[in-house]
Structures are given as C-alpha cells and as structure tokens.
Design a protein around this ligand. Structure first.
Ligand code: C5P
Length: 222
C-alpha cells in the first residue's frame, strides 16, 4: 500500500502576527513549511506529498518545495484545504497522513510510527500527549460548565493517519465543527487509535512558539 501525505498550509497565521502567511514564516532561515515537508519526504514510507498553499502563493510555494511535491490552492478553512489536497492524491495511495505545516520540528520517527500503525490495520491513528494544563468547558458567557479530569485528556498532534477510504468518507460529511481530521472520522463511528506523540511536534501558533522552535532548532543543528 502506498502512503501519501497531505499538508494543509493555507492558514493566514493571524495568532502568530507578522503579516506573512504562517507556513512561509522563516524558521532557522527557511520557511516553516519546508521543514515539515522535508521531514515527510525523508520518510521511506511516504511516497507522495501534496501541499495546500494560500491560493495566491501556489507558484511561489511550488518553487520553494521543488518538483517532488504537488501544490494545490487551499481554502477558507482548514477542512477546505485538506479536501483540496485529498483530491490531488494519486489513485493508488491507500493510506493518507494529514500533517500541519505549522509543526516544523516533528520527528521523522513519529511520521513513520503513525504510518506503520495504519499499515498494521488501524483505520485511524493519532499521536497524543498528556495535557499539562487543567482544561475546562465553558459556556458562551465564559462560565465554567465542567472540568474533565485531566488524566483522561490528551492533546492531539499531527501527522494523523487514515485509511484513504475512511478519510474520504469523513470529508464527505464535513459540516461538523471539528478542529482535527480524526474528529470527522470519530463522527463516522470509526475507532481512532492513539499512539504516543512527541514534544517536538508542537504546533507553532503564537509568537512564543516561534521563539521556542528557533531555540530547539539551534540546539539540534548548532
Ligand atoms: O490554525 P491552525 O494553527 O490550527 O492551523 C493548522 C494548519 O492548518 C496550519 O498548517 C495551517 O496553515 C492550515 N490551514 C489551512 N487552511 C486554512 C486554515 C489553516 O491549510 N484555511
């Protein structure tokens, strides 16, 4: 079974600030997206990478990433970007990884672990870590509704891996308000398997995340 990877990279990065779309913000002197894509390409299990770029930057992103990567215009929401990338996968891809451009320091061994677990017969696989903050559910007025016990909560990372047919079905059903791909798969009633995530696979969202990413990168490659 061939494994393909989709990279939604069409977000504006408003929480990060700075104007440039997040995927193209430099990290260690190179666009954040390039780090994520190079990790995927370095996996011997991944044989195709499709990136959803901001629509006005499809050509620029194509030049940055080179001929091994297909680049398509992304959409208004992350789900629209993933759907656009899904359409561009080769027909014989049977397992799909969905990986945020905004997780530039994700270790290659995490990519391989997710892909291997799907190839072993699990239809949907997500990397997770225990949460460190207590998490509360609140209502529209900000009043606390409940406090789930922290030990049953997990923070979810990417890449998330799926059997292609399952992801396709999940995306046929897209009007659900979800922030991760596995959420759509859960709504189908398909079991989702968790594997241990990696600290370095954190998402660069706010300015302090970029500072941390730069510092870690400098430590890996002095
Ligand atoms: O906004 P957030 O940090 O959760 O975005 C996660 C990933 O989804 C990022 O890689 C971002 O570029 C991508 N995205 C996208 N299209 C959108 C919004 C976000 O590809 N419309």
């Amino acid at each position: 079974t061939r494994v393909g990877a989709l990279v939604p990279a069409a977000g504006r990065g408003e929480r990060l600030g700075g104007g440039t779309p997040k995927a193209l913000r430099p990290l260690g002197g190179r666009p954040m997206l390039l780090h994520a894509v190079e990790t995927l390409l370095s996996s011997t299990l991944v044989s195709q990478v499709v990136v959803a770029a901001p629509p006005t930057l499809v050509e620029v992103v194509g030049q940055i990433l080179g001929p091994r990567v297909r680049v398509v215009p992304g959409g208004a929401e992350r789900v629209d970007s993933v759907r656009a990338a899904l359409e561009a996968l080769d027909d014989d891809i049977g397992v799909v990884l969905v990986h945020d451009a905004a997780r530039p320091l994700t270790p290659a061994k995490l990519v391989d672990a997710v892909a291997t677990t799907v190839l072993d017969g699990h239809p949907a696989v997500i990397p997770v870590l225990p949460v460190t903050d207590t998490v509360k559910e609140v209502d529209a007025d900000g009043r606390v509704v409940r406090t789930p016990p922290r030990d049953v909560l997990r923070a979810v990372q990417t890449p998330q891996g799926f059997r292609r047919d399952i992801l396709y079905m999940a995306y046929a059903n897209r009007d659900l308000p979800v922030t991760d791909d596995a959420g759509l798969v859960e709504a189908l009633g398909v079991p989702v398997t968790t594997i241990p995530g990696a600290e370095e696979a954190f998402k660069v969202t706010r300015p302090a995340d970029l500072v941390l990413a730069e510092a870690l990168l400098a430590q890996f490659a002095p």
